[in-house]
Write a new protein. Structure first.
Length: 139
């Protein structure tokens, strides 16, 4: 069998806050947006994956701790998280925008060896952990 994950759905409390994070800070390109009294959603195409955010009908708890990931001992919550691989230029631009916008970032300075890779962790408006990294040979 050949299969691939094509779509992820995340629930959120505020479509516009998610839009500000995923569009303005991360620089992802929106494919669909609606936010009115009847419905709220926000969609992105990331490679072959459709990443969708839907407005919850009741307020959801916002995570305050980082998600646990293999090889990263600092994360404590056993919940889903995203990893976004980008070029070095995009990594630097995203980290600058995150700092400017007051996004919760794990490390003041990225981890890794700049000649090989860098990584850092950001938290979206719902408290979802997003690992951002680049590998030098892919930049």
């Amino acid at each position: 069998m050949q299969a691939q994950v094509s779509t992820l759905f995340y629930w959120c409390n505020d479509i516009d806050k998610n839009r500000q994070f995923y569009t303005d800070v991360l620089g992802l390109e929106e494919t669909s947006y609606r936010n009115d009294e009847k419905a709220g959603w926000l969609s992105y195409q990331v490679g072959n994956l459709a990443l969708n955010f839907l407005r919850a009908t009741q307020p959801l708890a916002v995570a305050q701790e980082w998600a646990r990931q293999p090889g990263w001992a600092e994360g404590k919550l056993e919940v889903h998280s995203l990893v976004l691989q980008v070029s070095q230029a995009d990594f630097d631009a995203i980290m600058a925008r995150a700092q400017q916008e007051g996004v919760k970032v794990y490390d003041a300075e990225p981890r890794g060896e700049p000649s090989k890779y860098l990584q850092n962790f950001l938290m979206d408006p719902m408290g979802n952990t997003l690992e951002l990294y680049y590998e030098a040979h892919n930049s």
